[in-house]
Design a protein around this ligand. Structure first.
Ligand SMILES: *Cc1c(COP(=O)(O)O)cnc(C)c1O
Length: 474
């Protein structure tokens, strides 16, 4: 590595020179996603050098518990020997070849395995490379399906999504999106989406409470489907947990209710399991928990165990059949991504699924999920804790300025970010969603490390709340 002509006298000195260079180049050239840049440039960037199991190490050798699973995707820990070996083995064959007009064993085998694991009826697999593309593919397939099915219904051009929805950052996905902070600016570029209220029980948009509400939010979906009868191409949902909206845990029966409504109004259901798929909610796929088969199942993030970019959109024979025709028939799905079904990614995904079997990952989850849920209860009643919620190995603590009124802190306070910074000093790497603290460690996390995580965040919350109280009384 070039050190600009300086010749460090020892390895230690070289590491230091390189660290400063890297920090400088980061600030000079690297534009980070979803990152307030002035804040970023005002602090030294954390530069990760390596990982091992649930831990990451920075270039100074400091250790961090990876409590965000490297953005909700790591499953079995970093540098898992089985996945590492599978990628190396594939690398000895070929790193990439296309699925446009050719095939390869890793994608074939992975398609087969996904169909075996997915809810029954999902038998066709289209590969792409990210969660955003997995959903975009489902949108375009659904749209095209209505145009070329027998008895076409070309007036079905609209999509129904939930408030707070997050389905990725391409323009199609942003059109579905319901997070104002991310999506409002792009409004002039977007197609109009029908918007139903999210089943967010802590802040019920209908002002009701469980269980007396009888999931009245589903009636709102029905009202929209009835008002736009024959116009809706698909209903799009993040099953069980709405991630980016703040880990909103849906009430039992909501997903099943959506499926029933889609059937009643003869429209399609797109399940975006990009965040919740691959064990995250306690079962391989979230849809299983309500015995729902969606018309499209979108998978990414955890599909490769969190190793490589790969995504899949699964659909049914019913949908697929309408796309079968020769070149002249004009039924082709004219969509694809250069690296869709990349063999290294597919090999990693197959290995990750093997690890699920070998390490009995799903069987190990109930105990961990119960421990996470139980320990999260320790947050309830603490100053500024508005809500505590969890589903599977997803935990969330929503912090508010006024617990009684559920009034959020002003954004300028950056309270959630402050707690994450305090947790980092305690060796825990986490990223909040605004003032919602998110607990999403790799599923390989042992129980004692779950305790380590909760203890560090509790201590960080105490530290920041007392500073907070000090600040307001001054
Ligand atoms: C992260 C996410 C996406 C987008 O996935 P990318 O791989 O970041 O494009 C889509 N849907 C949901 C529910 C997500 O959490």
């Amino acid at each position: 590595m070039s050190t600009c002509g300086t010749e460090p006298s020892s390895n230690e000195a070289r590491a230091e020179v390189d660290a400063d260079l890297l920090r400088g180049w980061d600030h000079a050239h690297l534009w980070h996603p979803f990152t307030p840049l002035a804040d970023w440039y005002a602090t030294d960037p954390l530069i990760i050098a390596s990982g091992d199991g649930i831990y990451l190490y920075d270039i100074e050798g400091n250790r961090y518990l990876d409590a965000v699973s490297s953005l909700w995707c790591n499953v079995h820990g970093h540098r898992h020997p089985t996945i590492d070996a599978a990628i190396r083995d594939q690398l000895d064959r070929v790193a990439h070849s296309t699925l446009l007009g050719a095939s390869h064993a890793p994608s074939i085998a992975l398609a087969r395995r996904l169909v075996e694991l997915a809810p029954p009826g999902l038998t066709r697999v289209f590969f792409s490379d990210d969660g955003a593309t997995a959903v975009e593919v489902a949108l375009k397939m659904a749209f095209q399906y209505w145009r070329q099915k027998a008895n076409p219904e070309p007036q079905r051009t609209r999509f129904l999504a939930l408030s707070g929805a997050y389905h990725g950052d391409t323009i199609g996905d942003v059109s579905l999106g319901g997070v104002a902070r991310f999506h409002a600016l792009f409004e002039p570029l977007l197609f109009a989406t029908l918007r139903a209220p999210a089943p967010h029980c802590y802040r019920c948009p209908l002002g009701l409470a469980r269980p007396d509400c009888r999931t009245a939010c589903l009636d709102e979906v029905e009202r929209l489907l009835a008002a736009h009868r024959g116009e809706v191409a698909a209903v799009v949902v993040e099953p069980l947990v709405q991630g980016a909206a703040g880990m909103i845990v849906h009430p039992d029966g909501y997903l099943k209710g959506l499926r029933t409504l889609c059937d009643r109004y003869d429209t399609l259901l797109i399940a975006d399991e990009v965040a919740v798929g691959f064990g995250r909610t306690g079962t391989m796929f979230a849809c299983e928990q309500e015995q729902v088969t969606p018309d499209f199942l979108c998978l990414a993030k955890g599909i490769t165990g969190g190793y490589l970019p790969l995504a899949a959109t699964l659909t049914t024979e019913r949908v697929h059949a309408e796309f079968v025709g020769d070149a002249a028939a004009g039924r082709t799905f004219c969509h694809g991504h250069t690296y869709g079904g990349n063999p290294l990614g597919a090999a990693a995904a197959l290995a990750s699924l093997r690890v699920f079997d070998e390490e009995k990952t799903l069987q190990s989850l109930p105990v961990k999920c119960a421990r996470l849920a139980a320990r999260l209860e320790e947050f309830r009643g603490l100053p500024h804790v508005g809500d505590v919620r969890s589903r599977g190995l997803i935990g969330a603590v929503e912090l508010v300025e006024d617990v009684v009124l559920k009034r959020p802190f002003p954004t300028s306070m950056q309270f959630g970010a402050k707690i994450c910074a305090a947790a980092r000093k305690r060796g825990v790497l986490m990223r909040s969603l605004g003032d919602v603290l998110v607990f999403m460690p790799p599923m390989s996390i042992p129980g004692n490390a779950l305790d380590e995580l909760i203890d560090a965040v509790l201590a960080s919350l105490y530290e920041c709340s007392s500073e907070q109280t000090g600040a307001t009384t001054n």
